[in-house]
Design a protein around this ligand. Sequence first.
Ligand code: HEM
Length: 461
Amino acid sequence: MSAVALASQAHATPFIVEPPLRALAHIPGEDGWPVLGATLQLLADPKGHVEKCAAQFGPVYRTRAFGGRSVSLLGPEANEFVLFDHAKCFSSTHGWGGILERLFPRGLMLLDFDEHRLHRKALSVAFKTGPMQSYLVNLNRGIDAGVARWRAGPADMLFYPAIKQLTLDLAAVSFLGEDIGPDVERLKRAFIDMVAAAVAVIRKPLPGTQMARGVAGRAFVVDYFGRQIEARRAGDGQDIFSHLCKATTDSGISLTRQEIVDHMSFLMMAAHDTLTSSLTSFVYHLCANRDWQERLRGEIDALGLARGEPLPYEKLDQMPLTEMAFKESLRLIPPVPSIPRCAVRDTEFQGFRLPAGVRVSVNPLYTHHMPDVWPEPQKFDPLRFTEEASRARHKFAYVPYGGGAHMCLGLHFAYMQAKCFAYNLLSSCEISIPQGYRPDWKLWPIPQPRDGLRIRLTPRS
Ligand code: HEM
């Protein structure tokens, strides 16, 4: 057994028992409708529901939805308290477990405390500068080819399904390498099924259900990754999978086969829908704010690269406006609108006692629209992210990637992909939407435009 696996056993999160209602009675809030609680309201309008509860009960309130009771903690201080988790009170394993455990068990975000720290350190080799440079080579190639296909198609296109497909194709190459072989289409299908199953309403894998397809997808993925580990260990691949196969702990011991498989599955899931969602809102906001689209194009043209030349890694730092515009899109529509945890011991926030076993959640979507933190919160204004403006804000006012020990491990990858995407798209096309068009966003579980986001692509001469 590897050192990582041994540590896993030594630091497993304790068994959790949900506290009874009377232990939460001092927290304002309500149980909502019988059986369903506030599930339907949350599904229909997650932002509106949280804002209504905040106005009625204050920034700490109790609610019941999706079959359980939980306490919402709102605002930057709450984000810091829960995510930074100075006193190690909050389990991510038990927070995310109900949603992700069956299909993405023991992914990094589903580990806690010392065990999590050990694994995170081992995985971080895949996100160092050297590997990132080689991922960018593949991103450039894939995005360039994808944009060329779009340009060759009809001028009006549905952006969301197109970017979802492209992001999956890109992930296949950066995560698995170029020589993936004939199974790649099946692998992509398996992932789509697993991700869809993670949020399916029917949680048992009954025949014909999404959960059954997700479970079958996982079986395929586990087998597919498992079969390749030895070859990847021996090879010199520069993809994320190969890096994980060779990753070791501080004491030089490799991850086990099962650990590699679990981390790979989780990583692909963590990257895919978040990037699809964020690139969609990025493109929408650049269509709706043509002045900003032009500013970004100016920044891209000023990089001094020939048309069609790949974006070099060294140029990423010369795209601050692009980064600010992407950040502003993530503020307005954070891909992870709410982040769950579960208290593993009694604690207290702003005078409210939170007993061990209680589920809590913090809410990036709510925080990112607080008018006292973000004046004119609905306005797209990337200048909120100048260094000076960012320094003046609470550190946990902007949390699209979470914060603390579980802060997104792939955030630099996300910025890199967003910049590479903006570079390839805006240097070759103008993008637009009809005047006044505002897509209806389905915000839960991961934001997406209900109509697929219809945009027009006009090739630049
Ligand atoms: C814009 C894109 C992305 C957003 C908004 C995003 C958001 C997040 C958030 C909010 C968390 C923390 C959840 C929590 O604390 O419970 C997280 C964790 C994570 N993300 Fe991302 N993510 C993005 C892209 C990516 C990409 C591209 C990768 C991989 C290449 C990735 C890998 C991870 C991993 C491994 C974790 C778990 C970290 C840990 O538990 O230590 N993410 N992400």
